[in-house]
Design a protein around this ligand. Sequence first.
Ligand code: 1GP
Length: 236
Amino acid sequence: MVTSWANWEHVTKIDPDKALHDGDTYAGIADTGTDAIILGGTTNVTEVRVQPILDALSSTEIPILVEPTYRPSSSHTETLSGYLLPIVLNADDPLWITGAHHEWVRSSNLEWESVHPEAYIVLNPTSAVATYTQADCDLDVDDVIAYAELAEQILGQQIVYLEYSGMLGDPAVVAATRDTLSSAQLFYGGGIHDYDSAYEMASVADTVIVGDVLHDAGIEAVEATVHGAKDAHQDK
Ligand code: 1GP
């Protein structure tokens, strides 16, 4: 399946390391109207944890992608549309810029048409991903947009991901980043938890990613964020 994120307005990210909210099912996530599902997290995105979730999503028709922290034994299953491979541009540890990727390429037999890089800019210094990658989050808006421009114009990235995981970011920074990109898609993730926060961030980003609220508050709360994101795009 060829994956196109150009029309994704809302994406739900499932952390395979966290349980669903009481009574929710994986299959129910697609019914919220979200445009795609990503399976991803900072740690333990392992094949053993991912496969049962893919099985539970097997009748889902929206694209499902994995941000792996493992080397897949087969690069495609029927349920899976592909892999999203993060590169953390502001990581102090080069492992997260090319190191892990080098190892991945060396030891995996990849089908490149199903592997899509994402250029992450990590902006919440207290997040697990910032700690893990030793990201330099002390960036002003000019630093952030320079990373975004670098991603698109020098590294040829098609996805730039502003990652505020766990906190709502600064809409002005998101808007400035969107303005600086020519054709790359701007993903925004972090702290979206209700209609209003989804509306606010979807007004300035191309795609909003909703993560923790799925695990903390459940599918109904995710549905409210879908409405917020969809309304924001309609009002643009
Ligand atoms: C995390 O960007 C996503 O990778 C979503 O962030 O968990 O804060 O919604 P939240």
